[in-house]
Design a protein around this ligand. Sequence first.
Ligand SMILES: Nc1ncnc2c1ncn2[C@@H]1O[C@H](COP(=O)(O)OS(=O)(=O)O)[C@@H](OP(=O)(O)O)[C@H]1O
Length: 354
Amino acid sequence: HRRAFLMLMARTTGADVKHLVLFLFTCKEIMWLCYFISLGAVPLLIKQEERKNTERKNSSLVASENWSEGFCDGKITSVNLITLQPNQSEMPEDDGTKRLPQALIIGVKKGGTRALLEFLRVHPDVRAVGAEPHFFDRNYQNGLQWYRDLMPKTLEGQITMEKTPSYFVTREAPARIYAMSRETKLIVVVRDPVTRAISDYTQTLSKRPDIPSFESLTFKNRTTGLIDTSWSAIQIGIYAKHLDNWLQYFPMSQILFVSGERLISDPAGELGRVQDFLGLKRIITDKHFYFNQTKGFPCLKKAEGSSKPHCLGKTKGRTHPNIDPEVVQRLRDFYRPFNMKFYQMTGRVFGWDD
Ligand SMILES: Nc1ncnc2c1ncn2[C@@H]1O[C@H](COP(=O)(O)OS(=O)(=O)O)[C@@H](OP(=O)(O)O)[C@H]1O
């Protein structure tokens, strides 16, 4: 049959039989070659297609993240944040992910906020920003993406933190923090408002030595003894008033008050309360501290990521100027009712009026 077919082909096409044999043989080989290639190529093509699909999916998630940032123009709500989650979880987890803080030290200025943050950083499950981001007061227009970019990377189970003491007296801060997450844990380090005011004044004086005396700034009218509550050094210490603003958004159970005085006299005790509040294992104990006589403060035996002892710098523990005792007494009388209200609200007696 093969021979008859070849003869017929040669006769109709007028081609040489030898050439026809060669031609058909080559066609057959080519067809077989194509068949074998397709066997291997099909799974390969499927794999390539799958990879392309995954890449497409990832890039659309990144695009949606960028979109929500741009669209919301710094006013990102928790709804937008949920959109960001899938992409975060697909990012490599080995060196961690930048997350928005779950806990904040919101105040008070000169309360001992730096000491608390430095002590907390010793805990392996706490990661914190060194500088004060001032996001919820001065930099809110930069948006949550900007804020999150400032954060250190954390692994699953680690807590991201920052401290900005001015949040406590910023009217808009509670609503803004609530909009980021209503679950945010808030820590306030409080200190006797009179010494706090003097400490605040001492800091300003160190930067601007020509400012008026503490005594003259305290009063609106020295003869009538009317206190100038618009002076920020005085205003910040009316803790009960500021706390009222926070309680419009957060329950008391979500706010922890740390005694600035106890943070100096018993750092491990206060750190124990803070670790419990944050749901952390009590790792920071009295073994971590020693009292530095020269500095006059507790210091860390080993700072975070170091094996050396560490005290806070020169700007912490400045010598306060002597203030007229009559003025100090007048301020004590002024703060007493506010302090009583504050003790009542927090359920803790801080002992500033003993
Ligand atoms: N361990 C330790 N070392 C040094 N200083 C300590 C410590 N614990 C608490 N303090 C007190 O912290 C006060 C400064 O408070 P802040 O860190 O909150 O100040 S600031 O608002 O960040 O400027 C600072 O206030 P001044 O003494 O008035 O400078 C300290 O009294």
